[in-house]
Design a protein. Structure first.
Length: 135
């Protein structure tokens, strides 16, 4: 289940099923937002949720710069079993306009090898598994 319309153009496994939430398309990202999208995520539970973010900081938590995505992301986090956050080095140790979750909500953080090691150490101390990929 996703609110990202770009998935339509991606290659899919022939036995996969994709559910789009519905809602208003927000450009340039091509995401679906608004009450319809929020309502869709309100009634769905996931074993694993993967989200991106605009910032991840020890004090302010996980954040986004887009108000239209904030409520949707909070609902996804709330209804997730395991939360995986993907954030490149530019987002680690920084915060953005709208908080969508706490560091304690994250199970796995995937980032790159340029991320600030001090911040990553602090995130790991909060019980988050940090995975760094080489760029």
């Amino acid at each position: 289940m996703t609110n990202n319309t770009k998935i339509i153009n991606m290659e899919h496994h022939p036995q996969s099923t994709i559910i789009l939430t519905g809602g208003e398309i927000r450009y340039p990202k091509g995401t679906l937002s608004g009450d319809i999208a929020i309502e869709s995520f309100s009634h769905a539970r996931s074993d694993v949720t993967i989200i991106g973010c605009s910032g991840i900081d020890i004090e302010t938590g996980i954040s986004t710069s887009l108000i239209h995505e904030a409520r949707i992301n909070r609902k996804m986090i709330e209804n997730s079993g395991k939360l995986i956050v993907v954030a490149d080095y530019r987002k680690i140790g920084n915060s953005s306009n709208f908080t969508i979750g706490e560091i304690s909500n994250i199970d796995i953080l995937i980032t790159d090898s340029y991320a600030d090691e001090k911040v990553l150490d602090e995130i790991e101390k909060q019980g988050v598994q940090v995975v760094q990929v080489t760029c």
